[in-house]
Design a protein around this ligand. Structure first.
Ligand SMILES: Nc1nc2c(ncn2[C@@H]2O[C@H](COP(=O)(O)OP(=O)(O)OP(=O)(O)O)[C@@H](O)[C@H]2O)c(=O)[nH]1
Length: 602
């Protein structure tokens, strides 16, 4: 169909419903908002107010306009309504991929007005930016503004009229902060009613998912945006081959493994040959049944689903067919109709290759629940410069542990699992191997946890080095503190800088040459034997070798003798790790030593 054809089309059947996804930070109200949209649509009373699909809810234009009241004139629209994806959250959003982009045509980013931007809000914005998905911001929970006077289900302007100046200005403060946060992310945003150009600006819709005020506005904005900017993309070939994306692979009694899929183009019929992206290869199979949830009225029957002969885009549908066990969430589903089976298989393979993650010789093992989330994980790891050895969709299996074990670097012997389970036999493998598992259902947290682990590991490696190295120290023999002349000499000292450790060699500078005068054979602090003493402490030390009054005197300044190699490691690798006073002792030692030997310890 040419563009001109699309523009002149008036037959709503040929324009599909825009697919809407809802995403945002945890607890900001995504589920409540979806429930509200479903609930108030149902409350509008009429049968057919909404249609429950598998994984999605269709709200027809008439219902949208009834809910939006004066805000929407149905004559302005010829799109059939809106299809809301039921599983909110940006992880499911990243599953919603189609032909390299996002399956959702438009998104609602839910932000709690009081909480503002949170880490997952930013993560969601990144995904929206990357997939080029148009979105509106639902500034949710306006009813929690102190002094708010709730206006159940009203458009936001009407609700604002009922608020005190004080409540309104409190809300505005939060909304302006949101505008600022969006601008920090590079988006120009404003209250939706002030936005002239929705292509260059993000509209903010203040609303409450709880009281429903502002929800009519959200629906209006979504309809308006879709109608104006997405209409040309909404024209479909109603008889064309169905194209969709797998949301979930589910076992159903009587059917085996089934696919919950969203169809974004064409039509799928019982008996069609389909190609589905699988773990290892595209799966070619034949549709046994297409299933939809049973309408509420018939809920008394045992069966949850009813069979339908065909489904046209956009729609959510459960597909029952043989051999679907290895199908992957996020993978494409294609009906073979105008092309040969081989051509479609090649296309599915190509689409899957787009998502293939770049791997390195050495790196971490990544497992994720869907292709989309695997892709999102790979992006996050690339940003953090963490190399990937292998990345796959699926639960953690013994084979993954075996692969992780082959990593050369200790920091790479890990599995990062996103939204996946550990299979029982893999659990055993993990216990007996030195592979570490990191599992989380928030990407940035998973990456952060791993980075912290790497930091800790590196720190403890440095600490081990530090343990084996002679630490610099400078200390002075106190006046009238000779407890024993020799064999060993026992004197009271004050540590001026650094750490004095037992068993180290003791030196005294003669000019720029340290001269060894003996070896420490004991340190006592307030009568107790200790292994080391820190700057500022007064302790008594036993030194094997010298005699007080001959090689050493009260008031003498003594040093721990530093082997050249240790001095070099301390200066070049550990200067950030040792305390400031120890660094000072090291520098003083090096300076004196380098007066006659400028390259000492370099
Ligand atoms: N007062 C008020 N509370 C709200 C509103 N929207 C959501 N809530 C409450 O906020 C909490 C979180 O809401 P959810 O809808 O579960 O949030 P969510 O974003 O779906 O959370 P997850 O699914 O856990 O990511 C619940 O206790 C809701 O009742 C609102 O507009 N006003």
């Amino acid at each position: 169909m040419s563009d001109t054809d699309a523009d002149t089309t008036t037959d709503a059947d040929a324009l599909r419903t825009p697919i809407v996804a809802v995403l945002g930070h945890v607890d900001h109200g995504k589920t409540t908002l979806l429930d509200r949209i479903r609930g108030s649509a149902v409350q509008e009373g009429e049968a057919g107010a909404i249609t429950q699909h598998i994984g999605a809810t269709a709200v027809p234009l008439e219902t949208v306009s009834e809910m939006a009241g004066a805000l929407v004139d149905p004559d302005d629209f010829d799109l059939p309504g809106l299809l809301f994806i039921d599983t909110p959250g940006h992880h499911s959003f990243s599953t919603l991929r189609a032909r390299g982009g996002a399956l959702a045509d438009i998104a609602v980013l839910v932000v709690d007005v009081n909480d503002g931007f949170q880490p997952q809000t930013e993560e969601a914005i990144d995904i929206l930016r990357r997939t080029g998905t148009p979105f509106v911001v639902a500034a949710n929970k306006v009813d929690t503004t102190p002094g708010w006077n709730p206006q159940e289900g009203e458009p936001i302007q009407r609700s604002l009229e009922a608020q005190s100046d004080r409540a309104e200005s409190r809300l505005n403060e939060n909304l302006y902060e949101l505008i600022g946060d969006l601008s920090d992310e590079g988006f120009s945003a404003d209250f939706y009613w002030r936005v002239q150009d929705f292509q260059g600006n993000i509209g903010i819709v203040p609303l409450s998912a709880m009281t429903g005020e502002g929800v009519p506005d959200l629906l209006t904005v979504l309809m308006g945006l879709s109608q104006r900017f997405l209409k040309s993309e909404m024209s479909i070939d109603v008889a064309g081959p169905g194209r969709g994306t797998v949301l979930e692979v589910k076992e159903e009694r009587g059917f085996g493994a089934t696919l919950d899929a969203v169809l974004y183009d064409g039509v799928i019929r019982t008996g069609d040959t389909i190609v589905v992206g699988g773990q290892y290869d595209p799966i070619v199979t034949e549709v046994r049944a297409l299933l939809q949830p049973r309408p509420n009225a018939e809920m008394r029957t045992e069966k949850r689903f009813e069979k339908v002969p065909e489904v046209a885009a956009a729609a959510g549908v459960k597909i029952a067919a043989p051999d679907l066990d290895e199908a992957m969430a996020g993978a494409p589903v294609r009906v073979v109709r105008d092309q040969t089976e081989e051509e479609v298989v090649a296309e599915v393979r190509e689409e899957l290759a787009e998502i293939e993650v770049e791997t390195a010789e050495d790196g971490v093992v990544v497992k994720a629940d869907t292709l989309g989330s695997l892709e999102a994980m790979a992006n996050a790891l690339e940003e953090a410069e963490i190399p990937i050895l292998r990345a796959e969709v699926g639960d953690i299996a013994p084979r993954d542990v075996a692969v992780a074990e082959t990593a050369n670097e200790e920091t790479h012997r890990v599995i990062l699992g996103f939204n996946v389970d550990v299979l029982a036999n893999a659990e055993e493998e993990l216990e007996t191997s030195d592979v570490r598992l990191f599992a989380d259902d928030v990407i940035y947290q998973l990456v952060e946890e791993y980075e912290e682990y790497v930091d800790d590991l590196q720190r403890s490696q440095q600490e081990t080095v530090l343990d084996q190295i002679v630490r610099p120290a400078r200390f002075r023999i106190l006046q009238d503190h000779t407890f024993r002349q020799n064999d060993p000499a026992v004197v009271g000292v004050e540590i001026v800088a650094g750490t004095v450790q037992n068993n180290r060699h003791v030196a005294k500078f003669q000019g720029s040459e340290p001269r060894r005068i003996g070896q420490l054979s004991g340190i006592q602090h307030q009568g107790d034997d200790v292994d080391e003493a820190r700057a500022g402490e007064r302790v008594s030390v036993a030194i094997d070798g010298p005699t007080v009054g001959r090689q050493i005197e009260e008031g003498d300044e003594l040093w721990i003798e530093l082997p050249e190699k240790h001095a070099k490691i301390l200066e070049q690798e550990l200067s950030d790790e040792i305390p400031a006073d120890e660094l000072e002792a090291l520098n003083a030692y090096l300076q004196t030593r380098r007066k006659t030997d400028p390259f000492w310890g370099k």
